[in-house]
Design a binder for this molecule. Structure first.
Ligand SMILES: NC(=O)c1ccc[n+]([C@@H]2O[C@H](COP(=O)([O-])OP(=O)(O)OC[C@H]3O[C@@H](n4cnc5c(N)ncnc54)[C@H](OP(=O)(O)O)[C@@H]3O)[C@@H](O)[C@H]2O)c1
Length: 258
């Protein structure tokens, strides 16, 4: 039986990834801070799908988190076939005014833990000549994002890192997919203080289940970059035809609150 590790499994996309892999009879490793919520999900998935579900409650927003998580996996004797690097958050506002500690945590979670967890789990996958990694980026990865400068930059990192790693891993049996959702209905909007942003007010967000289903399909097909939705794909790929400063100004307009 294959084992999938999902970070940020307590809510939103992560919880829906958990449902989909449980339905496919994977053993699950669910990681996030909200232990009660993870246990509730574990009980629900074990009852509904008869799958083994492991819960590891930990804060991934620090530089050592990936090492701590790997130690916990080793102690439980778990080896991972599919890694879903999903946990992440954003923060809306002018960079000069946002809480610097929260920006640090965002970089630690969205970039550092994602990178190190991949680095720590990859050798076993390479040894077994099979493995799949899904890194949750965003349509924010394709251009700079005033009023969410750090968040957009972290997602550009995720996209760039995933593309380069996918190239390095060609022929090894291990694949990397960067999933790029657009606006999606989860706790992300509230946590990022984005409730009044034009993007979320004027566009109908996708449901997290439809984005998770699209991501799992892309992962199984070995797709390297998977942008969810036709309009999002069009916007993501068309930015290359416009000057960066112009794109940046347009994103600012879209990001501004109504
Ligand atoms: N929703 C969107 O519009 C959208 C669009 C593009 C990309 N994304 C990306 O999608 C991914 C999933 O987000 P979501 O939309 O599903 O948001 P969400 O509903 O807020 O879920 C975020 C998940 O990350 C976990 N998390 C947050 N901080 C953590 C920490 N310090 N340590 C461990 N886990 C932590 C949360 O669990 P705990 O609070 O229990 O720790 C939760 O399970 C993120 O990478 C986000 O950037 C979202």
């Amino acid at each position: 039986m294959s084992t999938v590790l999902i970070t940020g499994a307590s809510f939103g996309l992560g919880a829906d990834f958990a449902q989909l892999f449980a339905a496919d009879k994977y053993e699950l490793v669910l990681v996030a801070r909200s232990e009660d919520r993870l246990i509730e999900l574990k009980n629900q998935l074990e009852a509904k799908y008869k799958v083994t579900t492991n819960v590891i409650a930990c804060d991934l927003a620090n530089g050592h988190a990936a090492f701590t998580l790997k130690e916990a996996l080793d102690k439980k004797g778990l080896s991972i076939d599919v890694l879903i690097n999903n946990a992440g958050f954003g923060d809306f506002g002018l960079f000069a005014e946002l809480d610097p500690v929260r920006q640090q945590h965002m970089i630690d979670l969205n970039v550092t833990t994602l990178t190190l967890l991949t680095r720590l789990l990859l050798p076993d996958m390479l040894k077994r000549k099979q493995g799949k990694i899904l890194n949750v980026a965003s349509t924010a990865a394709f251009q700079p994002g005033p009023l969410m400068a750090v968040y957009f930059a972290t997602k550009s990192y995720v996209l760039s890192f995933s593309l380069a790693l996918a190239n390095e891993l060609k022929g090894t049996g291990v694949t990397v997919t960067a999933l790029c959702p657009g606006a999606t209905e989860t706790h992300f909007v509230k946590n990022a203080n984005l409730d009044d942003s034009k993007l979320f007010k004027r566009m109908k967000p996708a449901t997290s289940m439809e984005v998770a289903q699209y991501g799992v399909k892309a992962l199984h097909n070995g797709k390297v970059v998977a942008v969810h939705g036709f309009i999002n794909s069009l916007m993501a790929w068309s930015v290359r035809f416009f000057p960066l400063t112009w794109q940046t100004a347009v994103v600012r307009k879209i990001q501004e609150k109504v």
